[in-house]
Each structure stands twice: as structure tokens, then as C-alpha cells.
Design a protein around this ligand. Structure first.
Ligand code: MN
Length: 143
């Protein structure tokens, strides 16, 4: 797919979202929703996978479940913040713990936003669009 941009044909690059979620049903539901909205999606099942995939694929945004086996989302977020290529990547943390102090822990670890489950997919989408701007919607023919 191509679009005319400044007189040249440029490939459209749909934003890539890395979704780290160990619950299969939740992961599939969210993946379907993100794909429907035109994003590319990679899935990670634990903290080590999300770090590997984040460094190798350079996603535009990361959705980080906090409760995952092995390395949890707090530690994965902290580690990604120490890597030059992911230090600035928007990270949206998701947690099932509705405990006080959870929000602060997520933000202290380096997350940019925080949702407690059950999440509203519409609110999540609004937050994603806030971080990614309108890049995926740009169409010079509508301008
Ligand atoms: Mn989980």
C-alpha cells in the first residue's frame, strides 16, 4: 500500500503495538481489538519475551500486563527504560491489583499510563491514540 507524501510514494507503516499479556483470552480479545483499529500487534507472554521483542522489533507502543510469570511488568518496564532504544517508548501498564499505591508503582517503574482491570477498551484506545497521534489516520487525499 502506498500513499503520496511530499510528491513521493511512501509506504504506509501502521504503528506496531507490543502487547504483553499472559492471559490467553485477554490477549486475544485485546489483539483482535487493536488489529480491528488498524494497528500491527506482536504478543509477548512474559517479561523476558516483552524485553526480547521490544528490543528486536522497536514497537511504537507497549501494553504491559503487570502480573506475568517469571519477570513481572514492573521489572520489565524498569529494564526497558534502561535501554536506549526503548527508553522513550510509550508504555501503558495494566494491572489486576486494584490496590492503593499500584498506580504509583507503575509510574515509578517508568510506565506512561496505568489502567486497572477490567479495562475499558475504548479508554485504552483513546490513550493509545493520544500517544501515537494521528499517524495511522493520515491520508493526504483527505487533506
Ligand atoms: Mn497477567
Amino acid at each position: 500500500m502506498t500513499t503520496l507524501c511530499h510528491g513521493r510514494f511512501m509506504p504506509i507503516r501502521e504503528p506496531l503495538i507490543l502487547l504483553a499479556e499472559d492471559n490467553e483470552f485477554t490477549a486475544e480479545t485485546m489483539q483482535d481489538y487493536l488489529l480491528f483499529h488498524g494497528y500491527r500487534v506482536n504478543l509477548a507472554r512474559n517479561g523476558l519475551e516483552v524485553i526480547e521483542l521490544a528490543l528486536s522489533t522497536q514497537p511504537d507502543l507497549i501494553i504491559m500486563d503487570i502480573q506475568m510469570p517469571g519477570m513481572n511488568g514492573f521489572e520489565a518496564t524498569q529494564r526497558l527504560r534502561l535501554e536506549a532504544t526503548t527508553a522513550q517508548t510509550p508504555i501503558i501498564a495494566l494491572t489486576a491489583l486494584a490496590m492503593s499505591g499500584d498506580r504509583e508503582r507503575c509510574l515509578d517503574a517508568g510506565a506512561n499510563a496505568y489502567f486497572s482491570k477490567p479495562i475499558s477498551l475504548r479508554q485504552l484506545m483513546e490513550t493509545i491514540q493520544t500517544f501515537l497521534g494521528t499517524r495511522e489516520k493520515v491520508n493526504v487525499y483527505d487533506a
